[in-house]
Ligand binder design. Structure first.
Ligand code: WT7
Length: 652
């Protein structure tokens, strides 16, 4: 069992426990500790009760149809996501604010549920006018502006499938995702702001669009209302969002969507070079995100909910858009960087909008720690009542800092474990019930059947193993886009009929789960998921590179950083310039989240006799550990040489 991200000694030296305070417990949405047993006794009945809190156009005939590993939830039911996130709030919450948006440059916009409804209806009509029909894929490549929410909900209104591509991804990454999903329309923007700079998304998209014949129309949002001069528009194909919106009706009747029709696909990295399109359907996904938002975040009518994730990742889908809006909440959306113009930007936003629930990532918390508490003290954070963490294991030091400096020791912290594939949070404290421990995501959400299993599928009561989900849950992925085979192989083949998540975990004497990081070749770089093979493909795409091997090394702030071992092709010679050039090349191929931290040139890579690169050894070298067993290596001297070379670089 590899234990890459956090060592258990570090995790467990913080021994304090944090039971819920009495005042919090008494007002919590869920207070009954027996809920776990009740849900486990009848999971289908339990999930059906949750689903009934949504608005259905036709009730389901059957809660679950399970042909492992293929699940159908709420079979026969008809539902529309945009109706649940918008229309159904209009009677009571027409004038309640749905979105409080702040741009990086300080501009602000707000949308009530009534206003959001009109925007969603109009854009749904724009999509229809541009030929998009139920089932068609729409690619969305936008900055964190309100239009990203509007575009997703508009797709769901007419039964189109959205495929959001993170705005920080490169043109090549966008192209690959458009091609795989066969998207017909792209929504993008002239630019977005990040750390005081404009990111020209449409220009980047144009690079992709020369190779994506499936795209017939492009709708371009003018970030500042008026089209920027730097934005080239191609006649007949490219249309300005604001022009289009003015030319359509303000009302678009919602389609009655089958519970099992696709709501979206979202690409995420696995162990191969090619990202996979995770498929989420409508009824089950909405049920999962609705339920978890209500209980994990203890969401109430007057809360102001801020999940800092970009909508380009699943956290933004589930906890900026669908979960909170299905609950009729007010969400905060911020476009830019936490340290722009100064390192107190997040705290200023919390003060300004009186944020009550704040959900962010350990990598951000570690950056705040490094910047220092003086930035926090510049703002009034007294509105906060609950904090959340997601994306990677949170180290106890960061947890305690978060608790003390941000939560002022009065806010419960929910450390939530889940994945793009799981759709919603699966492991988490319930803030009115659970005693938390810094570094532990504690227990499965009620209705989720999770275990720790070893390689042979035996249950581990106390100790280490892999996290396994033994029963289907409503918001689970249904398959991979156009790739059932890979779906079965990737997630359901380690043990029969049991979901393999790819995470190492330890369960303690109280039954609490401690996540230890990925056990496969998936990296978490500042919480972002990237496969080592993707980065390796980007390297070998450069003419100077013959072969490369990429591993993760622990990083104080990012959690993990990329170390690459590269062999060169004649006549290329190692040089500092080539290192920079290769780093830029990887950024250009994938996006800046994949920028390698360190590149090491070598004449050979350590391989087994059958030719497999031994990443474990490279990882040991990258973290400066003593070498493990090298007896299966074809040429053990390769790795010894590499280690000496690496150490001399580190020393110099
Ligand atoms: C991987 C999934 C789903 C939210 C965003 C990430 C890691 C996520 C935690 C946590 C320990 C965590 C796991 C998981 N992860 N949350 N609270 N504690 N690890 O989604 O990009 O699909 O990544 O993130 O390794 O497998 P994702």
């Amino acid at each position: 069992m590899k234990n890459r991200t956090i060592s258990l000694e570090t995790l467990l030296q913080e021994g304090r426990k944090f039971p819920p305070s009495d005042p919090f417990r008494r007002q919590a949405n869920i207070q009954d500790p027996d809920i776990y047993q009740k849900a486990a006794a009848d999971p289908e009945g339990y999930w059906a009760r949750w689903a009934r809190e949504l608005d259905w156009m036709k009730p389901w005939d059957q809660v679950l149809e399970w042909n492992p590993p293929f699940a159908k939830w709420f079979v026969g039911g008809k539902i529309n996501a945009s109706v649940n996130c918008v229309d159904r709030h209009l009677s009571q919450r027409q004038n309640k604010v749905a979105i409080l948006w702040e741009g990086e440059t300080g501009d602000t916009r707000r949308f009530t549920y009534g206003e959001l409804s009109e925007q969603v209806n109009r854009f749904a009509n724009v999509l229809k006018k541009r030929g998009i029909q139920r089932g068609d894929r729409v690619a969305i490549y936008l900055p964190m502006i309100p239009e990203i929410v509007i575009a997703c909900l508009a797709c769901s209104r007419i039964g189109a499938v959205h495929s959001v591509v993170f705005g920080g991804f490169s043109a090549d990454s966008l192209r690959d995702r458009i091609l795989d999903a066969h998207a017909e329309l792209l929504v993008t923007a002239d630019f977005g702001w990040r750390r005081g700079k404009r990111l020209f998304l449409k220009q980047s998209a144009d690079g992709a669009l020369t190779q994506t014949p499936s795209i017939e129309n492009v709708v371009v949002v003018a970030r500042e209302g008026t089209p920027s001069k730097e934005c080239p528009m191609k006649g007949g194909r490219d249309h300005w969002w604001h022009d289009e919106m003015g030319k359509v009706e303000a009302s678009c009747p919602p389609e009655a969507i089958d519970a099992e029709e696709m709501l979206f696909t979202l690409y995420t990295s696995g162990t191969t070079g090619k990202p996979k399109g995770i498929v989420h359907t409508t009824g089950g996904y909405l049920t999962g995100v609705y339920a978890t938002t209500k209980w994990v975040f203890d969401l109430k009518e007057n809360d102001v909910f801020w999940c800092t994730a970009d909508i380009g990742w699943v956290t933004g889908h589930s906890y900026v858009i669908y979960g909170p809006l299905a609950n009729g909440a007010t969400v905060v959306i911020y476009e830019g960087a936490p340290d722009w113009p100064e390192k107190d930007r997040f705290w200023k936003i919390i003060e300004k909008y009186k944020v009550t629930i704040f959900y962010t990532a350990p990598t951000a918390i570690r950056a705040f720690m490094k910047w220092g508490a003086q930035w926090v003290d510049r703002a009034d954070l007294s509105s906060l009542r609950l904090l959340g963490s997601v994306g990677e294991p949170i180290n106890p030091e960061a947890w305690i800092w978060y608790h003390h400096y941000i939560g002022k020791e009065k806010c419960p912290i929910v450390d939530t474990w889940w994945q793009t594939e799981t759709g919603c949070i699966l492991m988490t404290p319930l803030p009115g019930i659970t005693t938390t421990k810094p570094g532990s995501a504690t227990k499965p959400f009620p209705g989720i059947a999770a275990e720790v299993l070893n390689d042979s599928g035996e249950r581990v009561e106390v100790g280490g193993g892999y996290v396994a989900i033994t029963k289907p849950w409503p918001s689970m992925l249904r398959t991979l886009f156009n790739d059932d085979e890979r779906y079965v192989k990737q997630y359901w083949s380690k043990w029969k009929g049991i979901y393999f998540a790819g995470d190492g975990v330890k369960r303690d004497e109280d039954g609490d789960f401690w996540f230890l990081g990925r056990v496969d070749d998936v990296l978490k770089l500042a919480g972002h998921r990237i496969g080592t093979m993707e980065v390796e493909s980007a390297f070998v795409d450069h003419p100077a590179v013959a072969e490369s091997a990429v591993v993760g090394r622990p990083h104080d702030i990012k959690g993990e950083a990329i170390v690459a071992f590269v062999t060169l092709r004649e006549p290329a010679k190692p040089s500092p310039e080539l290192i920079e050039e290769l780093k830029e090349h990887v950024v250009k191929k994938i996006g800046s989240i994949a920028r390698p931290e360190e590149i090491l040139f070598t004449v050979d890579l350590p391989k087994t006799r059958s030719g497999k690169i031994m990443r474990r050894l490279l990882r040991d070298i990258a973290v400066g550990k003593a070498l493990g067993d090298t007896t299966t290596l074809a040429d053990p001297s390769v790795v010894e040489g590499l280690k000496r070379q690496y150490e001399s670089i580190e020393a110099g």
